[in-house]
Design a protein around this ligand. Structure first.
Ligand code: TA6
Length: 276
């Protein structure tokens, strides 16, 4: 599987061209930020378990056609590198473009162009930009479905979602309000709506917090499959679910983007860590 590898004085990352999928990132001299399943299956048309899958141009099941792939087509499509530059501060910025325009037209019944830029320094910065060259509005759903590495998900918690409304996928899509930090002690699958631009995964066992900053995004998805659902998947290693936590910068459910003809939308996320 062709992979772009980026390494500079501040950090290193790799990105699979299938899916423009960030496979890993670490700041120089630090523990990796991103979790990748030991059981991930590297095969054509198969989304990789872990890293940062790109869900685009819809999130979850397609709104009207259940035959279309979950989370859209970007994460298994072919992308090509379009740029690579060293920024004045020493970071490296790489651009990728989804090449399969005909697949987009066929699956979305709409023309769309999408580019992803990944900037590697002591933080990882991902930008996804969608242009609508068509003649009508396109309803865009998207997520950077990041899997973060934690020591033990039962000991970690998420801050920054207190007071937000969420859709609880584990409870018949019922709507609830988050009170306090999010903790994970069972299968968890939630879309938080109207979220702000900063969430943190506090991981006392690792002695760090992971800081997720976002822009152009108003939803945050939190997911951990827990034991039984992870066991049913062919690409989760045993106990892998304890080592990961997805906190996804998204525009989903009520927060999908109405992308007008001729308009462009940009969603960004940056991932960094600090000692506790
Ligand atoms: O983002 C959460 C979610 O949509 C969950 O419902 C769960 O199924 C997860 O994504 C993984 O989806 P995948 O299609 O990659 O197995």
């Amino acid at each position: 599987m062709p992979v772009v590898r980026i390494s500079n004085e501040r950090g290193e990352a790799s990105i699979a061209l299938q899916g423009a999928h960030v496979l890993g990132f670490r700041a120089r001299g630090e523990v990796p930020l991103i979790w990748m399943s030991e059981g991930a299956i590297y095969a054509p048309a198969k989304s990789l378990r872990g890293g940062v899958p790109v869900c685009w141009p819809w999130f979850g099941s397609h709104a009207t056609d259940s035959n279309l792939p979950r989370h859209g087509l970007a994460r298994t499509a072919g992308w090509k590198p379009i740029s690579s530059e060293t920024l004045p501060d020493g970071r490296t910025r790489v651009g990728l473009e989804l090449t399969e325009a005909s697949k987009i037209r066929e699956m979305c019944s709409h023309p769309l162009c999408v580019q992803l830029h990944v900037t590697v320094g002591s933080d990882l910065f991902i930008e996804i930009e969608t242009a609508n060259p068509g003649h009508s509005t396109f309803v865009l759903g998207e997520a950077l479905h990041a899997y973060f590495l934690v020591d033990d998900v039962r000991s970690a918690h998420i801050e920054g979602l207190d007071g937000c409304e969420y859709i609880d996928k584990m409870d018949g899509d019922s709507r609830k309000i988050q009170i306090g930090p999010v903790t994970i002690h069972e299968e968890t699958d939630r879309i938080y709506l109207g979220t702000g631009n900063r969430t943190e995964i506090v991981d006392p066992n690792m002695g760090r917090k992971i800081i997720i900053r976002s822009g152009g995004s108003t939803s945050t998805v939190v997911w951990n499959p827990w034991f039984e659902s992870a066991e049913k998947m062919d690409d989760f290693s045993p106990d892998g679910y304890l080592k990961m936590l997805c906190v996804e910068t998204a525009n989903a459910a009520d927060d999908v983007v109405q992308l007008a003809a001729g308009a462009t939308h940009r969603m960004v996320a940056s991932y960094s860590s600090e000692p506790l």
